[in-house]
Design a protein around this ligand. Structure first.
Ligand code: NAD
Length: 487
């Protein structure tokens, strides 16, 4: 429960912190023990209007336009520095808010800083081209900022995902309105507090906290927004896209996945085991790119699953702040979501190779802690192998041939990431070539945050790319100019 010492935070609009209306607050809880760690405003249409108007004015202001690209870049380099200087505090906030182990939050902070470094470096390298058309005309293109960007941020990696879109958005000269998830707004609020002294013009960065159906919907449907970047569920993604359609506004949708690790019998087993394990337990499986399906060659399945189960059983579970291997899942809602799949597994007599039970952690009786779980011999078309469970639950399906491996890997509505595990380079490329997904990792998984690598989905995993140089396309628009110099 909240008490008089609970931190009360406002929204950040036009360079100022709002004073929250006490009758419209959202409690932010620590997933480990259910304690209220802060309260934030339940932002609504009016707050979003204020934030968007502030962003609009700031975007058009002389102050922002006068800031040269290299000066914007320098501000972003400073932002990276300040994030690193405050690593400990940011990581602690993320862990208390999201529940993840502290060591994972520390990685998130470093990745957030790297986004600022990466995009700081491109601020003065966004160029157009000249196009030969006809004698007497010079034709060139200019890549301009798109304007006001709405960032709708999910609860699983708020700092990382927030940083990846804010950094590129600012580097390319836009103004931002952020709507963090109602469950986990704290690291984004801290981030903008840290950025405040750097001197971005007032209104260039704004944050409205609140529920998705209120503040989120108000932001994605706002007629003055010029681009929306959204990460979250498919259902919400559809709603965001519908709102954007009303305003003819482009969207980037990153909608999760059911990503396979495709393991061939000629893989390096030790390396593969390590990464398959990490890719499903990180953040208790609440990762859009989690390796949530093991698609493995029949010949090695039994011994591989046995070793994987043994490794899982050695993992520690507890409050994120105590730095275990696995923290709690986010909330009762997520617990219920995952439990529905575990019940289904039981009803359909799917063998459990390890885990499957919720455990009680001393002093954290209100938290939901799930043992890392392997559901064995899951038919590839079964719901368990098709839908995002968003917990530390791995399904195992087998294949006999390379062709069948590809078919199973591609056989879900999603297409975000895939891992391919083989020592045969030819096979690795053949398989990578046929996979319907946005990112393929061969003999590793994740590339340490992958700041420089374009990231996004095929099929229902969404479209558009965040990260890397590719993201610049979403945050800019192209103007063609043709000048006649000879009459
Ligand atoms: P969600 O899609 O409801 O929420 C994501 C963000 O969208 C939050 O900031 C939320 O407030 C906002 N939102 C919700 N409704 C909105 C609306 N109508 N208009 C605009 N914004 C809105 O996701 P969730 O309920 O937090 O999680 C549900 C499932 O989504 C999870 O179980 C998981 O499968 C998936 N998910 C995926 C990712 C990912 O990284 N791709 C992240 C979080 C959740």
């Amino acid at each position: 429960m909240s008490n008089s010492t609970t931190k009360v935070q406002g929204c950040y609009i036009n360079g100022e912190w709002t004073v929250p209306d006490p009758s419209r607050l959202i409690e932010v809880k620590n997933p480990a023990n259910g304690n209220v760690i802060a309260v934030v405003p339940r932002g609504d249409q009016e707050d979003v209007n204020l934030a968007v108007n502030a962003a609009k004015e700031a975007f058009r202001s002389k102050e922002w336009k006068a800031l040269e690209p290299q000066q914007r870049g320098r501000l972003l380099f400073k932002a990276a520095e300040i994030i690193r200087e405050n690593k400990e505090e940011l990581a602690k906030i993320e862990t208390l808010d999201v529940g993840k182990p502290l060591k994972q939050s520390e990685v998130d902070v470093e990745v957030a800083a790297r986004y600022f470094d990466f995009y700081a470096g491109i601020a003065d390298k966004i160029m157009g081209e000249t196009i030969p058309v006809q004698e007497g005309i010079i034709n060139y293109t200019v890549r301009e900022p798109i304007g006001i960007v709405g960032h709708v941020i999910p609860w699983n990696y708020p700092l990382q995902i927030g940083a990846r879109s804010i950094a590129v958005s600012l580097a390319t000269g836009n103004a931002a309105v952020l709507k963090p998830a109602e469950d986990t707004p704290l690291s984004i609020l801290k981030l903008v507090e840290l950025l405040e002294p750097l001197g971005f013009p007032k209104g260039i960065i704004n944050v409205v906290t609140g529920y998705g159906h209120e503040a989120g919907a108000a932001l994605s449907g706002h007629p003055d927004i010029n681009h929306i970047t959204f990460t979250g569920s498919v259902e919400t993604g559809k709603r965001v896209m519908e709102s954007a359609a009303q305003n003819i506004v482009p969207v980037t949708l990153e909608l999760g996945g059911k990503s396979p690790n495709i393991v061939f019998d000629d893989c390096n087993v030790e390396n593969t085991l390590d990464w398959v394990l990490r890719s499903i337990v990180q953040n208790s499986g609440q990762t859009c790119s989690a390796g949530s399906r093991l698609v493995i060659q029949e010949t090695i399945k039994d011994s591989f699953v046995k070793q994987l189960a043994e490794a899982m059983e050695k993992l520690t579970i507890g409050a994120g702040i105590d730095n275990p291997d696995l923290g709690p899942v986010l909330s009762k809602k997520q617990f219920e979501h995952i439990q529905r799949f575990l019940t289904l597994a039981k009803e359909d007599r799917i063998p459990v190779a390890t885990g499957g039970n919720w455990v009680t952690v001393d002093g954290c009786e209100e938290g939901y802690f799930l043992q890392p779980t392997i559901l064995n011999d899951v038919p590839p078309e079964h719901l368990l192998a098709q839908e995002e469970i968003f917990g530390p639950v791995l399904t195992v399906s087998t294949f006999r041939t390379e062709e069948e491996a590809v078919q199973i890997a591609n056989g879900t509505p999603y297409g975000l990431v895939a891992g391919v595990w083989t020592e045969d380079v030819g096979r690795a490329h053949r398989v990578a070539n046929q996979l319907e997904c946005g990112q393929v990792f061969i003999n590793h998984y994740g590339a340490g945050g992958g700041v420089a690598q374009p990231f996004g989905g095929h099929k229902k995993s969404g479209f558009g790319r965040e990260k890397g140089l590719e993201a610049i396309q979403n945050y800019t628009q192209l103007k063609n100019v043709a000048l006649r110099y000879s009459f």
